[in-house]
Ligand binder design. Structure first.
Ligand SMILES: Nc1ncnc2c1ncn2[C@@H]1O[C@H](COP(=O)(O)OP(=O)(O)OP(=O)(O)O)[C@@H](O)[C@H]1O
Ligand SMILES: [Mg+2]
Length: 376
């Protein structure tokens, strides 16, 4: 799969921009704050119908404007596709594929698989379980559309059930039929989600292990993911019933897959507490590479790979290993941002790979193709 062109109107700091992509490695070069990450975010929008940081759509409209447009032309299995994402403040976001507007965004997720490696990935280790759940959810949703539907349903019913519990704090009576319906829906969706998460963890661990040992050059460091869930040890249905009085006092549901966590492990210890900074970074890159492999295996084509600021955040050893993979043709189309053009030029020259270079300056883009790094 390839992204052949990207057009933006009033997206973040871009008034209007048009990029035509040639070759398979595209470097977005420019000073801090010039708009490199914004371009990656626009590509992410086309694939996920939202930005990567979970920020609002409104904040993506260029200051003082009323609407943004992102348009991407893809080529997938040799067929052209056009994806357009439009958002006007106060209105519903519209996403279309080949002129057909989606009624449910969930139908779009997974069609254009993408893996993003970003500086704030470290938050996956350091932050709370919600971020890890979101990461896993995004990954599974790309390969299993039913998962996303069940997840949306679960979250909706959970909100409704919590609302009912809160309401019942003020009123002595509760609609038991409604509560029963909510419980049944939570059990069904929760069980689906739980088993999909179990499967994902089982599938990803061997791939993660292989990628990690490649990055650390075979050092004997065992990595893993420990999935913890109420549903692994408890009967969800009976817990929902038996905890009813407690949940009513709390005003929320105290059991379910919304409390799951994925503990990243190094040598059977917590990576967060035990791992060095270097080991944590290696784990994250290995995780992203494992994600890439799973998506590739599932789709039988390579996802887009976005590498935001990796030269800045990774040390030389890991960059060289990553570069080895690039030069071995392990990836398809790659978008790399860098604030120091000479550094990425040097990295790519070392591995004798040709790239297309764009100069980004204050929301304006210049194709620096004449400066394209040549194969030596
Ligand atoms: N809605 C918006 N309207 C106008 N400008 C915006 C909007 N949202 C963000 N920006 C601007 O976009 C710029 C940040 O762009 P971006 O994060 O892409 O920079 P970058 O080139 O990746 O920088 P760095 O090298 O520091 O990572 C900031 O100057 C910010 O003010
Ligand atoms: Mg950036």
């Amino acid at each position: 799969m390839r992204l052949e062109s990207l057009r933006l109107v009033d997206f973040k700091n871009y008034e209007s921009a048009m990029l035509r992509f040639q070759g398979s490695i595209h470097c977005l070069l420019g000073k801090n704050g010039s708009g490199k990450t914004n371009l990656l975010e626009a590509i992410y929008y086309l694939c996920f119908t939202r930005g990567p940081r979970g920020g609002s759509d409104v904040s993506c409209i260029r200051n003082g404007k009323a609407q943004f447009v992102i348009e991407g032309r893809f080529r997938k299995e040799d067929k052209p596709h056009e994806v357009v994402c439009t958002f006007s403040s106060g209105e519903k976001k519209l996403v279309s594929e080949d002129g057909k507007i989606y009624s449910k965004f969930s139908d779009h997720i997974g069609k254009y698989p993408l893996v993003l490696v970003a500086p704030n990935d470290i938050e996956l280790i350091w932050d709370g379980p919600e971020l890890r759940r979101r990461y896993v959810d995004t990954l599974i949703s790309q390969t299993d559309q039913e998962y996303l539907r069940q997840l949306i349903l679960y979250q909706l019913v959970l909100r409704q059930r919590n609302g009912l519990l809160k309401m019942s704090q003020e009123r002595p009576s509760i609609d038991h039929d409604l509560l029963h319906t909510y419980n049944t829906q939570l059990i069904s969706a929760g069980t689906y989600i739980f088993s999909a998460r179990v499967k994902l963890v089982r599938r990803i661990i061997p791939v993660l292990t292989a990628q990690y040992s490649f990055l650390v050059e075979g050092r004997d460091e065992q990595v893993g993911i420990l999935y913890t869930s109420d549903l692994a040890t408890l009967d969800f249905g009976s817990e929902l019933s038996s905890r009813f009085e407690r949940d009513r006092i709390l005003g929320r549901t105290s059991v379910g897959i919304h409390r799951d966590d994925f503990n990243f492990q190094l040598m059977n210890q917590s990576l967060k507490e035990w791992g060095s900074q270097g080991q944590q970074k290696s784990f994250l890159i290995a995780l992203k590479l494992a994600e890439f492999r799973l998506l590739e295996e599932r789709n039988r084509f390579k996802p887009l790979l976005l590498l935001d600021d990796i030269f800045d955040k990774l040390d030389d050893d890991r960059i060289h290993r990553l570069m080895d993979l690039i030069s071995a043709g392990s990836f398809g189309q790659i978008f790399i941002t860098d604030a120091r053009p000479e550094r990425s030029a040097e990295m790519l020259r070392r591995i004798r790979v040709k790239s297309q270079n764009f100069q980004v300056e204050d929301g304006k883009i210049q194709d620096r193709d004449q400066n394209t790094i040549q194969v030596i």
